[in-house]
Design a protein. Sequence first.
Length: 160
Amino acid sequence: MIFLDSVLEFKKLVDSDLNVINEMSNLFVNWRKSSVQKKIRDTLKGKDERFVVLSDSRIIGHLKVTFGKGLHKHRADLSSLVIHPSFRKKGIGSKLVKFVLNNLPKKVFLVLLAVDESNAPAINLYKKIGFKKYGVLSKASLVNGKYVNNYLMKKELKRV
């Protein structure tokens, strides 16, 4: 599944993309390279799916999808939306999220995410796409030695 939008390419990360580990490390500057390698291996084992945006064959954006199992198989969780700083505020994050939503399995109709309550650009992006806040997860993350709350957001997909 690949979608071209002028000079951007949106696609699901597959095993033939293993050469992207260095690029992923560059995108996630706070992650160690070994951590990125483990995350890519987990993806290839089917634990999650990762979608990327490429510009001139370079990864400039990323979004992870984790699928529910058993009683939760109708659900998907989005996380780790990252757009390279040089490409922000150009609508690429919105396009990536929409691409992922359009390419989820038909059985998935509930999409959940958590976002840092102080990340206004991300919150606004998700709201524009139709996500609604349904709760707060207190002390969800530890960032620079301080606990950060996350807004919990959801979107129900209309499936025909």
